[in-house]
Design a protein around this ligand. Sequence first.
Ligand code: SF4
Ligand code: SF4
Length: 358
Amino acid sequence: MLKEKKKKQESLHKRHSDLAMANKQLEKLSNGIFASGELPTFSEKIKETDQFPLRPNKLEILQINVGYMCNQVCEHCHVDAGPDRKEIMTRETMEQCLEVIRNTGAHTLDLTGGAPEMNPDFRWFVDEASKAGIKDFIVRSNLTIIRANKKYYDLPEFFKSHNVHVVSSMPHWTRGKTDKQRGEGVFDLSIKALQELNAVGYGMPESDLRLDLVYNPSGAFLPGDQASMEKDFKKALLEDFGIHFHNLFAITNLPISRFLDYLIASENYEDYMYSLVEAYNPAAVKNVMCRNTISISWDGYLYDCDFNQMLELKVASKIQHISEYNEDILNNRKIIISQHCYGCTAGAGSSCQGAVAN
Ligand code: SF4
Ligand code: SF4
């Protein structure tokens, strides 16, 4: 029991699990039911509607992962983040990112992690980046970090002073479901953090201080309808805790990293891949987030999306690092795909901004 509890507090990397290695995950996603032809590969599927190869549209979002360290160790985490991860973006790489932010055609900057706030240069970076005049400046905050340590208590004010758009995970409005997925005590700390964000104006009905929540399923199933879930979340959080927020994004768990580990351990992998393939929606392909996003890793490498980053699939371009960034050349690339991409095209589709098709 104790061993099981300890395991839950460690990343796959720390546990030296096979699935900590990207090539092992990619092997799993290419073999078995896909190699035997029982299910079509993602490329075969998108060929049916002449959408292969997948290519980018106009770049709109720069998503920067400033490090894999996190104060939580959520069961489904596609980053395999946790307190034991030491990969952190240096100020030198941040400087290179700033150069790109100042010159990009993208209108949205999206900082993620891990818990991005744990990067020692996080505040300096937000200060500098906010001067670049980007229209929508998102920070993905896991909420509990705001209550994790005194040094983070003023984060709501800090976000407000930089007009940051806060996007936070909240898998359910009940303690049981949230804590099961994200760890004991996460629900209570998240509620407290949401109340503090509300207190400075975040998420209030007429406020320009944007506060959006992210829902992802707590097991091997697909998310329900985003609009009706948003209504349920709003009602429950307001009635039970007086909490307001703006939008709810429903995100499908992609079969990589810790969620893949969970699927295999619970013997749900094949059934889950079947449900993703059965729910494949060709209309979602045109809006998958790799078509308008570039993802930058803590060490400055470029990827089609945060998922490809975790699978170590760098962009298929002669430009692969932020130090040599060239938007025109990058926009000519082909996007790298594999079977995990079915997670972005199931049902209403899924991206960091929630559903992508109706
Ligand atoms: S899902 Fe988010 S909060 Fe949870 S461990 Fe991963 S990065 Fe941290
Ligand atoms: S996983 Fe990444 S590359 Fe694949 S469809 Fe989704 S956003 Fe695109």
